[in-house]
Design a protein around this ligand. Sequence first.
Ligand code: CTP
Length: 427
Amino acid sequence: MRHQTIHRDNVLRGKNIIIGISGGIAAYKTPQIVRLLKKSGAKVRVALTDGATRFVSELALATVSEERVYRSIFPPADTSGTDYTRHISLGEWADAFVIAPATANTLAKLSAGLCDDMLTALFLTLRPRKPVLIFPAMDGQMFLSASVQRNIATLTAQGCRVINPDSGELASGLCGVGRMPEPESIVASLQNALHSTAATSPLYGKSVVVTAGPTREKIDGVRFISNYSSGKMGFAIARAAAKRGAMVTLITGPVHLETPPEVTRLDVESALEMHDTALSCFKSCNVFIGAAAVSDYRPLDPSEGKMKKENPEIELTLVRNPDILAEFGLQKASGQLAVGFALETQTGLGNARKKLKAKNLDLIAFNFFDRKTSGFEVDTNILTLIDKEGVTTELPLLSKDAAAGQLLDCIEKLCVYTPGINPLKNV
Ligand code: CTP
């Protein structure tokens, strides 16, 4: 078993940040913002306007971010098919969007909903709960003009955090309000925003246990029974829950995936090991999410060494493994939620509803398995969420990260809104 240290103080670690740069003199300071974020463990991508390229080099930003930078919404001619909607995939990827400096022109475009470049298009594709921080920087008179102030008010009303510029010497030689805050201060504002966004989730500070991946059931010293599960869905859920401020324990079978930031990972191999590890978390967790593809059976009597092929036929007796999720569901206390998956190769939600009831779950994700777009190994999934009141939400084909986000949105609602389900408290 491997434990990973939790760094709860560094909210930037593992976060995906987009820096939008528009064409003001302060743009020359933006590579430093990117550097500071990278040093804190964030992944950074940059979208800059044509005007910004007059003040800061794309090469400098690509070098410090270690990523290509984005300018137009239209992909270059040599781009692969999946990149055509990158203003949407980037918006989905981002945990926060920082626009610094924001010129009067960019503020006007943002407030009007214009989107003729990557920066402004990204602004429209971000989901509402993701923090958007805007740092206007311009001449003092421009900043105080009625038009700029009206645009700032519109953006603030939409939930953007518009941070007033500093006072001091301006590019014109005049003194006054209009300077972009220093990179350190911009990074600190972003940290605060991320902390308070996480804190608004009902999952903040709650204990969430996720099972993921396949299990291996030993036949002999070198062979096992298993399945095609890659663990991607469970890992996406763990990552998303940690981003919402939950304390996440991920109990995983053998997979080839990196541990998501701020997640405690417990590696197991067999269903019995997963069961014993999960059992130790039953009492203390608020939400238990069974995303593992647990083998239903194991060989009764595995040999220690390698079995020899002496006989033309052999019989393997399999015995039932414990159903981990059902055990949790049937013994959970009030203030605990049980969430499961129903992986089915047939359409129809009947089996999922039966599992929801039989295992006493609060929510089940019916997961259609077709091996191309949905189910094991692939990066996308098609889920239908059914809660215990029967409310059914059909999700479209989504990336597993996006599907995990939708599942957690639903769990958050269960925490707070559904009558009869207590808001979670630490149990
Ligand atoms: N599950 C579990 N322990 C098991 C089997 C399943 O915790 N031994 C959990 C899975 O993680 C999933 C849910 O139960 O969240 C349903 O799993 P699934 O394989 O779809 O169904 P089963 O209950 O195993 O039923 P069947 O194989 O007959 O479809």
